[in-house]
Design a protein. Sequence first.
Length: 292
Amino acid sequence: MAQILVLDDVQEAVDAVRRVLEKRGYEVVGFTDEDAAIDHVNNHPVDLAILDIKLKKMDGVQVLGKLKQIQPSIKVIMLTGYPTHATVEEAMRLGASAYCMKPIDRSEIESKVAEVLAQETRIELVGWPDKAEVNTQDILFRSLTNGVYIVTVQGEGEINGVTTPWVSQLSYDPPMVMVAISPLRKCHEMITNSGQFAVNVLGSGQVDLASRFGLTTGREMDKFEGVVPERTPAGNPLLSNVVAYIDCELVKTVAVGDHSLFVGEVIGAEVLDLTLSPLTFDPSDYFWEIRP
């Protein structure tokens, strides 16, 4: 039976969830202290963690990130009484599978737990280099090579940018590229509204810049604070010391899974520094560790 961890700063809430799930036959451990919960995951296999967003020493999203570093395949459900777009976006980006509203509804928590545990996330590999279990996303990260890019956009009176490794050329004539961006990102709506964007190709020494634009949300902070960008010929923000830029006019948007593909026709491009090597995407540089 699945091993479930519950973390909430209110003991009564922990007990309520535990009672509901134990009646369904799950093995449940509960904590009100973040460090104790993290230590448990360090020392015991856990299939599912149910985390309250509002805790005492850190928030649930921070705990989620730490648990994913320890056990990348762990599934997570977030609990919240006051969901915000930014919080949900961050939680989902870090790997949360679902969230439930508080106060806890028994039928909702039962159905969400069953649904999340039913999701297939583990694949057994033989010979890498020993027998190991890694999840599907880990395999994709191991197997596919991607660069790292910051997609920038000029909106009405504001600018924004988001990091993505998912950029690819689609056509020679006319030259077209696609970028994949989550609809939860502020850049998604800004690109949709503006009808254009720029791809900033990062150099090998720009991991910190990629983290800044990828691990924060433009809904809560100005990612360009302290950064004075130049402008591409199309008027999009151009970051300093990048390898190249590609200006694109949006011609099509396609919904695919939990992302949208923005297809852009290239209207301008320039290599700015031939001496720089492009940055290659390594997920452990940003938010979780791929197990050996």
